[in-house]
Design a protein around this ligand. Structure first.
Ligand SMILES: Cc1cc2nc3c(=O)[nH]c(=O)nc-3n(C[C@H](O)[C@H](O)[C@H](O)COP(=O)(O)OP(=O)(O)OC[C@H]3O[C@@H](n4cnc5c(N)ncnc54)[C@H](O)[C@@H]3O)c2cc1C
Length: 401
């Protein structure tokens, strides 16, 4: 049975994140965006709210909240700005929940605990200059030397690349399988910024999510102790896909928040702006855009909540999470385009937030599985070419709200 009523704890979290975002970030977000500036002072505030270890159990330094709470937080954060939700996606979703599920006790103690407490920030490095959707195309290699792996390669388009302390990185450990493009030759590693041979930079030409940090990092013969191998050798691809189930969930819920932001900005503007002697809200074609935003918002919310319901029960949810991510991100692009349209020329100016929404929404239609990759996945499920089977490790069930 799916209960769509939020528990007291969930409502409290939603309210706290909403109030914090409105008070601490909303008044300055336009300036941060204009200056292309990521504000690191936001991170300890998010940690204070328990967001950085949102669904990590308390024994590992987290807030022990359920996965619906993780979705609610992501929705509220992206209502303010996509850059805030991206922190949840890479740190709390892609990285922390993957370490929680696949990490050894030692890895959880050394990496997950400080990350969940927010004293260390983490991200996820899969994409490379020549490989995004086609993971088999990555070129980073990890060669075993004694009790270490030596990693060489470059990761590109990595959120928080210039901010994070810890990195979940994917590299080929089996060179014959690399040649054959067999993903069972890929392994996952934890890297620290302080490791010798590691360097990072920020991408300056990005035109969206400007208050967020996106960059690259290079690994020049970085020596990684073998205790930092996540999972078994050759399980890296499975771990990368598992991580995406968690990141995509936050992206889906975040895009839902962006649609709501478009809806709210558009309806407020439409009641104020007059043409032909009446508020534009009274024109049926304007109403149609606002109605579409409401429909997209409610549908997106139901889709990510269904995925969250499965997560809470510890059930595999790749199909449901992928559908939620695909639908809500495409719908957010539609909502942002229409929000600019409702604002007319004012929507074309940064004086109003909808231009920022329009620039920000596009990233999510590209990262964590492009629109096209998600279409192919959903078709393959329907056609019976693809099915979700339990993997060796599953996200722990959380029943508490
Ligand atoms: C703002 C931002 C933040 C990001 N953050 C991270 C991060 O933190 N960590 C990380 O690892 N990556 C990150 N990425 C990278 C992102 O995951 C990749 O950009 C994404 O996977 C797509 O890869 P690509 O850009 O190489 O495009 P490509 O894979 O080259 O695709 C180009 C186009 O071809 C289409 N296409 C490709 N293959 C097929 C196919 N088989 N059938 C049909 N169409 C196809 C795609 O849909 C797309 O339209 C980020 C990207 C952005 C923009």
């Amino acid at each position: 049975m799916i209960d769509l009523d939020l528990s007291d704890e969930q409502q409290l979290l939603e309210q706290s994140v909403r109030e914090w975002g409105a008070r601490e970030v909303a008044p300055r977000i336009r300036e941060l965006d204009r200056q292309h500036r990521f504000d690191p002072a936001i991170l300890p505030q998010m940690a204070q709210l328990g967001l950085l270890g949102c669904s990590v159990p308390e024994e590992y330094g987290g807030a022990g909240m359920d996965y619906i709470s993780l979705g609610l937080a992501s929705e509220e954060l992206e209502y303010i700005d996509t850059s805030l939700r991206v922190i949840m996606s890479v740190h709390a979703g892609l990285n922390c929940l993957t370490l929680l599920t696949w990490g050894t006790d030692d890895q959880k103690r050394r990496y997950l605990v400080p990350q969940a407490q927010g004293t260390k920030i983490a991200t996820y490095g899969l994409t490379e200059p020549a490989a995004g959707s086609d993971v088999r195309g990555i070129q980073t290699v990890a060669v075993k030397r004694g009790d270490r792996y030596v990693l060489s390669g470059e990761k590109m388009w990595i959120s928080l690349a210039d901010v994070a302390d810890n990195f979940l990185v994917f590299a080929w450990t089996d060179m014959e399988k690399k040649r054959q493009r067999d993903t069972s030759g890929i392994s996952a590693f934890i890297l620290e910024r302080s490791f010798k041979g590691f360097s990072s930079g920020t991408l300056k030409e990005k035109w969206g999510i400007l208050a967020g940090n996106t960059g690259f990092f290079k690994m020049e013969e970085v020596e990684v102790p073998e205790e930092n191998l996540v999972g078994r050798p050759g399980e890296g691809f499975k771990i990368a896909m598992f991580a995406l189930d968690q990141g995509r969930y936050t992206v889906a819920a975040g895009a839902t928040g962006l649609i709501r932001a478009c809806r709210d900005a558009s309806s407020a503007y439409a009641k104020e702006r007059k043409t032909f002697g009446v508020p534009i809200a009274e024109h049926q074609l304007v109403k149609e855009m606002i109605a579409q935003m409401e429909s997209d918002y409610q549908t997106s919310r139901l889709l990510w909540m269904r995925a969250g319901f499965l997560k809470n029960r510890g059930r595999r949810n790749t199909r449901e999470t992928g559908l939620a991510k695909w639908f809500s991100t495409v719908a957010s692009e539609r909502a942002a385009g229409d929000a600019v349209q409702v604002h007319g020329a004012n929507g074309y100016s940064d004086e109003y937030p909808v231009g920022r929404f329009y620039r920000n929404c596009k990233g999510a239609v590209i990262y964590e599985g492009t629109r096209e990759i998600h279409k192919l996945m959903q078709a393959d499920y329907v056609l019976g070419y693809r099915a979700d089977r339990p993997t060796r490790c599953e996200l722990p069930a959380i029943t508490k709200g």
